[in-house]
Design a protein around this ligand. Structure first.
Ligand code: ADE
Length: 244
C-alpha cells in the first residue's frame, strides 16, 4: 500500500480524475490510498489568505510559507515519514525511471504550487525533491501531481489488471512501444500485419521488437543512445538505417 497526499489550493480539481477507472479501482482494492488536503485549511487568518505580493515587486502572487509548512508538518506527525515532492517547472525532469523508484516508497506528498510559485524558504526547508513534468509552464502543479501519481500508481503490483503489462510499455525498456491491433482484420482497407495472425510466438516477438526499434529510430532517435540494446537490436537498427 502506497499512500499519496496531495497538498493543493484546489482540491476539487482531483474529484473527476480520481473517481474514474484504474486509479479509483486501485483505491478500492487498497493498493493505493489518496488523500487530498486543502492548504487553505492551514491558514491562520479569518480570510484564509494563502498568497501574498512578491518582495521586490513583479507580476503575480506568491504562496505564503506558513500554511504550506504547517500542512507538511502536520503530515509528518504521522508515520511512515513521507517524501515531499514539489511540482515545478524548475524541478528535475520526470521519467519512467523516477516513477519506478517512487513506486517503492510507502508515502508520497505532492505539493502543488500556484500563482508565481511558493516562498523559497518553505521550499528549502520542507521539500525533499522537485519534479517537472516537461519544459512548459502550466497554471499550477495540480495536473503535474496527477500525472506523477498516475505514473507511479500504475507501477504498483496489482494496479493494472494484467500484473506485468507495464513491462512492455514505451520507456520501460528505454524504447517506444510497438504498434497494436485488434479486430477487425481489415479496417478502411488496411489489413492487420500477417505475422500477428500467424500464431507463431517467436516471429510475433521479433516483429514487435523490429517495429518498436523502427518507430524509436524515426521519432525518438535520442532514446537509442541510452536504451539497453542487444547485438541483434543493433543489427536491425543498422538495417533500418540503410533502408532509410
Ligand atoms: N507547474 C507548472 N508547470 C509545471 C511543470 N511543467 N511541471 C511541474 N509542475 C509545474
Amino acid at each position: 500500500m502506497i499512500r499519496f497526499e496531495i497538498l493543493t489550493l484546489f482540491p476539487d480539481f482531483f474529484k473527476g480524475p480520481l473517481s474514474e477507472s484504474i486509479l479509483n479501482r486501485a483505491c478500492e482494492k487498497r493498493l493505493i490510498d489518496i488523500r487530498i488536503i486543502n492548504i487553505r485549511d492551514f491558514t491562520a487568518d479569518k480570510h484564509h489568505v494563502a498568497d501574498d505580493y512578491p518582495y521586490g515587486g513583479g507580476a503575480g502572487m506568491v504562496m505564503k510559507p506558513e500554511p504550506i509548512a504547517k500542512a507538511i508538518c502536520s503530515l509528518k506527525e504521522e508515520s511512515p515519514q513521507p517524501r515531499v515532492i514539489f511540482l515545478t517547472p524548475q524541478g528535475k525532469p520526470f521519467t519512467q525511471q523516477r516513477a519506478r523508484e517512487l513506486a517503492q516508497l510507502e508515502r508520497i506528498v505532492l505539493l502543488c504550487g500556484h500563482y508565481e510559485g511558493i516562498d523559497e524558504r518553505v521550499r528549502m526547508r520542507h521539500v525533499d525533491e522537485e519534479i517537472s513534468i516537461g519544459d512548459y509552464v502550466l497554471t499550477g502543479g495540480e495536473a503535474p501531481a496527477l500525472i506523477v501519481l498516475d505514473a507511479v500508481a500504475r507501477m504498483v503490483p496489482g494496479v493494472l489488471g494484467n500484473e506485468d503489462s507495464f513491462r512492455n510499455d514505451s520507456f520501460y525498456e528505454g524504447i517506444l512501444d510497438y504498434p497494436h491491433y485488434t479486430r477487425p482484420e481489415e479496417f478502411e482497407g488496411d489489413r492487420v500485419p500477417e505475422t500477428l495472425l500467424s500464431g507463431h510466438h517467436k516471429k510475433i516477438e521479433e516483429w514487435r521488437r523490429r517495429e518498436a526499434l523502427a518507430r524509436t529510430l524515426r521519432v525518438r532517435p535520442d532514446l537509442l543512445e541510452h536504451a539497453p540494446l542487444s547485438e541483434e537490436d543493433h543489427r536491425i537498427l543498422n538495417e533500418l538505417r540503410k533502408l532509410g
